[in-house]
Design a protein around this ligand. Structure first.
Ligand code: DLL
Length: 431
């Protein structure tokens, strides 16, 4: 039931036909929202005759959601919606996303399919450390885990010792966890002398909601003794479960029976071929309450070319590099925080947390990378610390072409976010 063979192995031609049928249903449904009725014009009334024609329709942006707050994109009467989720906007209106009972049901099915694909089974004990509430990480995954029949512990984030206590008491086998929090958990286990392989029953971890490198995945796998699977999604399109890794751990299958994906050049809006990096644009194919057409996610990725050895036909996304607005410009050089993380994860003395600061000094930008080092290093000699600092500086310089100042700090001294990690502090406007 959770291995949806007919759908997961559907050949490309069948998948495309299904997408076209569902796209036309989506367009007519979307046109019930006042804002879309006007924008979609004839396509909303009559549909399209091929998938390619979608490129003639206008994009939808996060700003459109904000401007039409709260109900401008709602395509059903409000009393048919059973849930709303929302992202906390730092400025202006938040983004509100509505769900009907069928939306919730199908989201749960997608999650169950995704978890099953990467090896979760009924006998697993699933500890969900993601935030419950308006954030979709907690509830989104929760329903899929219960559908699969796992004993589901809705613990949410926070108190790490309590997490460990639950893991021990209930022999937790699977975690849903932010990658930054998983690193912290690994550090806390080390500090408290708990050896995950000896003292815990963990075997799987599902991570997502924030950009992270392959190096972080390997580190979590090594330190927690688990297989780590990457999960991608965004509230506007439901939440977790839009794309998920299979046991090959090489790209995330985007569920094409539920979402139509395009990768575009963010500057020109033109579609890009497989292998080329651009912005992911998504159209929902099944959502009732708030269907979205050509939604610009701002997430940078590429379609992986060629078939997946697992046999699933659904297109694979390369690991998300970040959002286009994550790009930093340091004295004219462009770089992404993940390039820095990639280097840090290769260095054994590097601990569980880091922070990128950008300062302004005499009209020049100065990049400072603060890195928590392993506790053992602080008990060693100053020379060892200096050596590590220089090593990281050299490695970073070679990767990002900017000379950073690296500052090693003691474990647990950098600020910790309650939810998603905040990796960059840009002080240029303040200083
Ligand atoms: O973060 C949904 C989610 C929850 C996904 C739990 C996976 C696990 P939002 O808060 O709306 O929803 O944030 C969505 O987070 O546009 C990406 O920029 C980023 N993001 C999500 N998953 C990944 C991932 C949830 N696996 C935004 N890798 C997205 C990199 C991710 N970035």
């Amino acid at each position: 039931m959770f291995w949806e063979k007919e759908i997961e192995l559907l050949p490309a031609s069948g998948l495309k036909q299904l997408q076209l049928e569902r796209l036309n249903e989506t367009l007519s449904r979307a046109a019930r929202a006042s804002w879309y009725a006007e924008r979609l014009g004839r396509a909303g009334r009559e549909g399209l005759s091929s998938l390619e024609e979608i490129s003639e329709l206008p994009f939808t942006t996060k700003d459109d959601l904000r401007t039409n707050f709260p109900c401008g994109l709602l395509a059903v009467p409000l009393d048919e919606a059973v849930r709303l989720h929302s992202s906390s906007g730092t400025t202006g209106n938040p983004t509100v996303v509505f769900h009907t009972a069928r939306d919730i049901e199908e989201w749960g099915n997608l999650m169950a399919r995704s978890l099953y694909m990467s090896g979760a089974r009924r006998a697993d004990v699933f500890q969900n450390t993601m935030g419950y509430g308006l954030f979709t990480g907690g509830l989104g995954m929760h329903y899929g885990a219960e559908k699969l029949g796992m004993l589901t512990i809705p613990i949410g984030p926070g108190n790490i010792q309590r997490q460990i206590w639950f893991m021990r008491q209930f022999r937790t086998t699977a975690l849903h966890i932010l990658p930054s929090y998983a690193l912290r958990l690994a550090g806390a286990l080390r500090e408290t002398g708990v050896d995950p392989r000896r003292d815990l029953a963990l075997r799987l971890a599902f991570v997502g909601a924030e950009p992270h490198t392959e190096g972080v995945r390997r580190r979590i796998e090594d330190e927690l003794g688990v297989k780590v699977y990457n999960c991608y999604g965004l509230s506007e399109l439901c939440g977790p479960g839009v794309a998920f890794e299979c046991p090959e751990q090489d790209g995330l299958h985007l569920w094409e029976d539920h979402f139509l994906a395009e990768i575009i050049d963010p500057e020109t809006g033109r579609p890009l071929p497989p292998g080329e990096e651009g912005e992911l644009v998504l159209t929902s194919l099944r959502r009732e309450a708030m269907p979205l057409v050509r939604y610009r996610t701002r997430d940078l990725t590429a379609f992986l070319p060629g078939p997946c050895p697992c046999g699933r036909t659904h297109v694979r996304l390369r690991r998300i590099k970040g959002r286009d607005d994550d790009m930093l410009i340091i004295n004219g050089v462009n770089l992404f925080p993940m390039q820095i993380e990639k280097v840090l994860m290769k260095v054994p003395g590097v601990g569980d947390n880091y922070l990128i600061e950008i300062h302004k000094e005499k009209f020049m930008d100065r990049l400072v990378v603060k890195v928590e080092a392993h506790g053992a290093l602080f008990r060693g000699t100053l020379k060892e610390l200096e050596h590590l600092q220089c090593e990281i500086e050299e490695l970073l310089k070679a990767e990002i072409l900017v000379t950073p100042a690296v500052k090693l700090v003691e474990p647990g001294t950098l600020p910790r976010a309650e939810g998603k990690a905040k990796r960059v502090v840009d002080l240029r406007k303040i200083e």
